[in-house]
Design a protein around this ligand. Structure first.
Ligand SMILES: [Zn+2]
Ligand SMILES: [Zn+2]
Length: 331
């Protein structure tokens, strides 16, 4: 079968002879229809996130249809449409026992510690294959995982109805965060040096920031650029909360005077917890949230190399559509 892999430093290729995945007793095999691309995939390709082996199958934001179920699986069936939750906690460590599985010390992260999902078929633990309605568009379903990250950040910031929330960075995660702020009843404000991204955020209901001195009760940093963190901190109002989901190993400058005098809270927010994260996103889509609105680039499997090359530069999120379907897109 075909799979998209990092084959050497910085080089992505479509492989034609990748082995079929065996189906474990507690697993399902999913025929993958689409995979979204995100910053962490680009970090793997760029060498900033080390992976255990080469070639390394990329991707972690996938959906498809179940084509086989393991001997012990009773709650999933062949033909079911599913979206994959790509972080498998151990369920045994103190963080897992406390329900904060994002902090699991033995968490298996698909695409980083486990082979990725950009393959025609993948085997995943059955409980991490979430059934989704047939009526939802492919565009919306492919965005469920990053939407979960965005909703988790907004929940961490405690965005209240009517409150304005500044989203720093309008890359794909920033755009989804704007949608998440709106879903929580808040008013998204956005800054990004890229005019095209800001325009797209405006189309999604965010308002571009024009006053450089305006401060906000909740600020969410999505870009991972150290200078953007500094600017995010400067724009957090007294008593406010800065939620950080963008990551960098480069140091950012923080004034402890500003932090103490304005009594700021800074919270790192890593992915989401199982099962509440995905359950919440699926409920939000049921209630009308349409995350597929952030998509702009759609590529076929044969154009995967080009999809990775272009993903960082375009406004909007890109995805690879392995099996085109009549459901198509909403936009
Ligand atoms: Zn992602
Ligand atoms: Zn654990």
């Amino acid at each position: 079968m075909r799979a998209v892999a990092l084959v050497s430093a910085g080089r992505v290729a479509v492989l034609d002879d990748w082995p079929e995945p065996p189906c474990g007793a507690h697993e399902v095999v999913v025929s993958v229809r689409g995979v979204g691309l995100c910053g962490s995939d680009l970090a793997v390709v760029g060498g900033e996130r080390a992976v255990p082996a080469l070639p390394w199958v990329l991707g972690h934001e996938a959906f498809g249809e179940i084509t086989a179920v393991g001997a012990e699986v009773t709650h999933r069936r062949v033909g079911q449409r599913v979206v994959i939750e790509p972080n498998y906690p151990c369920f045994e460590c103190p963080a897992c026992a406390a329900g904060t599985t994002a902090g699991c010390t033995s968490r298996r992260a698909v695409g980083i510690t486990e082979p990725g999902l950009l393959a025609e078929r993948v085997a995943v633990p059955a409980r991490f294959a979430w059934p989704v309605p047939e009526e939802w568009t492919d565009d919306d379903v492919v965005c469920v995982e990053p939407m979960t990250v965005a909703l988790s950040a907004v929940r961490t910031g405690g965005v209240q109805p009517g409150q304005s929330c500044l989203v720093v960075g309008a890359g794909s995660q920033g755009l989804l965060t704007c949608l998440a702020v709106r879903h929580a009843g808040g008013q998204p404000r956005v800054i990004d040096p890229h005019a095209g991204r800001v325009r797209l955020a405006e189309q999604l209901g965010a308002v571009a920031v024009t006053d450089p001195h305006q401060r906000y009760p909740v600020v969410i940093e999505t870009s991972g650029v150290p200078e953007a963190f500094e600017s995010a901190l400067a724009r957090t109002a007294a008593g406010g909360c800065l939620v950080v989901i963008g990551q960098s190993t480069q140091a950012a400058k923080v004034s402890t005077f500003a932090l103490v005098q304005r009594r700021l809270t800074v919270r790192g927010c890593l992915i989401y917890d199982h099962p509440v994260g995905f359950a919440g996103t699926i409920a939000a889509l049921d209630a009308g949230l349409r995350p597929g609105r952030v998509l702009r680039g759609r590529f076929g499997l044969a154009q995967a190399t080009e999809a990775f090359a272009e993903a960082g530069g375009v406004a909007g999120k890109s995805w690879i559509n392995l099996v085109p379907s009549p459901r198509g897109s909403a936009s």
